[in-house]
Design a protein around this ligand. Structure first.
Ligand code: ASP
Length: 442
C-alpha cells in the first residue's frame, strides 16, 4: 500500500473540534499512515500557543519565579481534551515525569518540545495509532547540526515496525540524548523528513489556509490560489516573503522527489497547493499560467559603484564580496554593467552600519563614484513558464510603466525562473497589484 505522511499544524490540533476534523481526514484515507503533529496552537484570537507558554515556563524559571502554575495551565489544556474525548492514555505519568525534570532546570529546547510530545501521546490514543517518539529518530551532532542521512536511516528502521503511527514534530536529540528542537515552525521539517525517509507517495501539510496564494492578500484582493508550484519556484517565493511552510521543509522532500501538498483542515475538499519537481510541475500546470506567483519585500539599499575600466580590473567583485563578508552581510544581488556594479543589501543586514560600509568600499575599491539608493523594495515575479514565452518581460515592464511605477533596478538570471525588479518602497503595493493584473486578471 502506498503511504502518505500527514502533518497537522498548531491550529489543526488546537482543540477537540479540530481534533475531530483531523480524525475524519485521517480515517477517510487508509494510506495516511504516519501522522506528524505540532503542539496545540491558538483556539481563538488572543489565545496562547502551547509552545509560547512553554518558552515562558523557561523564562519564568530563569528569573527564579514560580513556574509550576504556568506549567499546570499547559497540562490543563491536554487534560480537557483527554476528558472530552474520553481517552485512556495515562497523561498524568507524562506530566509527572516532565515536572520531575523541570526541577533540574532543563534546556528551553527540552521544555518547548514537550508541547508536541504530549500532543502526540494524546492524538495517538485518539486515532488508535502507535506513538513513536521523534527523539530517537531525528538526529543532531554534538554541535547541534542536523544529520540528515542518520535521521533518514533511523526513521526507516523505526517505522518499519509500525503500520500506523503518530510522531511529534519539531524536535530530535543530540548524541548525548539531550533534546534539540528545530527553529520555530519546525514540525513542518519533521513531516518532510518522515516523508522523505520512507519515500512517501505524498507529504500532506495540513494547516489553516488552502495553500499558497499568487500574491499577498493584504495587497491584492482575493488573489488566486497557486495550484502547482515547483520546489525551486517556491524557494524563490518564500525567500521573497511568501510563507506558509517552513523553508527547511522543502529540501528533504525534494531530494526524495516526494510531492508536498498544502491542505486546509477546515476545508478538506479543497485540493490545496501541490509542490513538485520541475518536470512534474510542467506536466501539471495549465498551459496559460505564465507566472506562478509574485512576492517581494521592502527595505533594501542599493550601492551603485562606478569605476572607469572596472571590467578590466581583476578581483573587483571579489573585493566587494570580501567587504560584505567582513560585515557578515549576505548580498542579495549584484546587477552589473561594463564599468558599474550595484550591491543590493537588506537594511536589516546593514543594521545601521551603512556609513562604515561605504567608507570601506571607498578605501578598498577606489571607485570613481558611489551612489546610494535607499528605501528600495524588491519584487520577484516567479514562474518556470516565463522562459518559454516571448514578451513576458515586455508585459511586466509595460504594466509597471502604465501604473506609474519607476523601476530602479532589474535582475534576471538566464534560467528565467524569475524577474526581479527594484522599485521605491512607496510603489511596492502598486507594483505588485499592477503585475498581478497584467498576468492574472488579464
Ligand atoms: N510548536 C512549534 C512552534 O510553535 C513547532 C511547530 O508548530 O511547527 O514553533
Amino acid at each position: 500500500m502506498a503511504v502518505k505522511v500527514a502533518k497537522f499544524g498548531g491550529s489543526s490540533v488546537a482543540d477537540v473540534i479540530q481534533l475531530r476534523k483531523i480524525k475524519d481526514i485521517i480515517k477517510s484515507d487508509p494510506e495516511r499512515r504516519y501522522i506528524v503533529v505540532s503542539a496545540p496552537g491558538k483556539r481563538f484570537e488572543g489565545d496562547n500557543k502551547i509552545t509560547d507558554l512553554l518558552y515562558l515556563v523557561k523564562t519564568t524559571m530563569e528569573n527564579m519565579l514560580p513556574f509550576e502554575q504556568l506549567f499546570q495551565v499547559v497540562c490543563d489544556r491536554y487534560t480537557a481534551v483527554h476528558a472530552n474525548l474520553g481517552l485512556e492514555v495515562d497523561m498524568q505519568s507524562a506530566y509527572d515525569e516532565i515536572k520531575e525534570k523541570l526541577r533540574d532546570n532543563p534546556s528551553a529546547d527540552y521544555i518547548a518540545s514537550r508541547g508536541e510530545y504530549l500532543n502526540a501521546l494524546l492524538i495517538a490514543d485518539f486515532l488508535g495509532f502507535d506513538f513513536v517518539d521523534a527523539e530517537g529518530m531525528v538526529k543532531f551532532d554534538e554541535k547541534g547540526r542536523f544529520l540528515m542521512e542518520d535521521t533518514f536511516e533511523a526513521i526507516r528502521e523505526e517505522l518499519a515496525k509500525h503500520e500506523y503511527a503518530v510522531i511529534p514534530g519539531f524536535y530530535g536529540s543530540l548524541p548525548n540524548g539531550d533534546i534539540k528542537t528545530f527553529s520555530r515552525g519546525g514540525s513542518d521539517i519533521t513531516g518532510a523528513l518522515v516523508a522523505g525517509a520512507i519515500g512517501a507517495e505524498c507529504y500532506e501539510n495540513w494547516t489553516d489556509v488552502s495553500g499558497f496564494l499568487m500574491a499577498d492578500p493584504r495587497i491584492v484582493k482575493d488573489p488566486k490560489q497557486i495550484r502547482v508550484v515547483s520546489y525551486k519556484e517556491l524557494r524563490e517565493l518564500s525567500y521573497m516573503g511568501a510563507s506558509v511552510l517552513h523553508e527547511d521543509a522543502i529540501y528533504p522532500a525534494r531530494i526524495a522527489d516526494v510531492p508536498i501538498n498544502i491542505r486546509n483542515t477546515n476545508v478538506p475538499e479543497d485540493p490545496g497547493t501541490m509542490i513538485v519537481s520541475e518536470e512534474r510541475a510542467m506536466e501539471l500546470k495549465a498551459g496559460d499560467d505564465i507566472i506562478t506567483g509574485i512576492a517581494g519585500s521592502k527595505d533594501f539599499t542599493v550601492v551603485a559603484l562606478y569605476k572607469n575600466m572596472m571590467s578590466q580590473e581583476k578581483g573587483f567583485v571579489r573585493r566587494i564580496l570580501g567587504i560584505l563578508d567582513d560585515y557578515d552581510i549576505g548580498f542579495e544581488h549584484l546587477p552589473s554593467g561594463i564599468d558599474t556594479v550595484s550591491v543590493v543589501m537588506s537594511n536589516k543586514q546593514i543594521n545601521g552600519r551603512l556609513d562604515e560600509i561605504i567608507n570601506e568600499f571607498e578605501s578598498r575599491l577606489r571607485p570613481d563614484s558611489i551612489d546610494i539608493i535607499e528605501n528600495i523594495a524588491q519584487i520577484a515575479t516567479v514562474g518556470h513558464m516565463m522562459s518559454a514565452r516571448m514578451g513576458t518581460a515586455a508585459k511586466l515592464f509595460t504594466a509597471l510603466a502604465e501604473a506609474g511605477v519607476n523601476i530602479r533596478m532589474i535582475d534576471q538570471g538566464s534560467s528565467e525562473l524569475n524577474i526581479i525588479v527594484g522599485v521605491e518602497n512607496k510603489d511596492f503595493n502598486k507594483a505588485i497589484q499592477a503585475i498581478y493584473n497584467a498576468f492574472v486578471e488579464k
